[in-house]
Design a protein around this ligand. Structure first.
Ligand code: FES
Ligand code: FES
Length: 185
């Protein structure tokens, strides 16, 4: 069964090795921050870091992820303190938020390689689709996150979440019985 490290935890998935990593993360690991948008590699909402590179988890099987280090949006930081998360909030570059986890991951992958990207480099590296059209704010946010990464700017921390991201994933499971049996009450 495929084994990998997800958000610094060793995991073994008791699933068909051809299962897309996206489904393993969401349905088995209960890491629902990674979003299912198109399932075809078009939208980028399912992006995770695999050995530091932002990749579409709908296109990667768990067999292909064997032995890799996976970081999902839940693992980017435990307290929303990653520069990309701070800058996305500060620049109000989040509308409905559905695309945001994938974009945050793509931006984190970009800044890891290039902490001072130009607008053209950002547009080339962030292919993610956003139906709310946050693109202009996105460029500003990612360049600002780059400045934070380079320590030439600081952003006041966003409010800490009221629950740890791991607990939040457990509190809002991917699968939940809607109508519990009467005798369970
Ligand atoms: S769900 Fe993977 S690219 Fe759209
Ligand atoms: S913020 Fe709504 S899809 Fe991007």
């Amino acid at each position: 069964m495929p084994r990998m490290t997800v958000n610094d935890r060793p995991l073994e998935f008791d699933m068909d090795p051809e299962t897309p990593l996206l489904w393993a993360l969401r349905d088995a690991a209960n890491l629902t921050g990674t979003k299912y948008g198109c399932g075809n590699g078009d939208c980028g909402s399912c992006m995770v870091l695999i050995d530091g590179a932002a990749l579409r988890s709908c296109l990667v099987t768990i067999a292909e992820a064997e032995g890799r280090f996976i970081t999902t949006i839940e693992g980017l930081s435990r307290d929303r303190s990653h520069p990309v998360q701070q800058a996305l909030v500060a620049e109000q570059a989040i509308q409905c938020g559905f695309c945001t986890p994938g974009i945050a991951i793509a931006a984190a992958g970009l800044l890891r390689e290039n902490p001072a990207p130009s607008e053209a480099e950002i547009r080339a590296a962030i292919p993610n689709l956003c139906r709310c059209g946050v693109y202009p704010r996105l460029v500003r946010a990612i360049q600002r996150a780059g400045r934070v990464t380079r320590r030439v700017e600081t952003i006041s921390a966003a409010p800490a979440p009221g629950i740890s991201t791991e607990d939040a994933a457990r509190e809002v499971p991917a699968l939940r019985a809607i109508n519990p049996p009467a005798d369970s009450e």
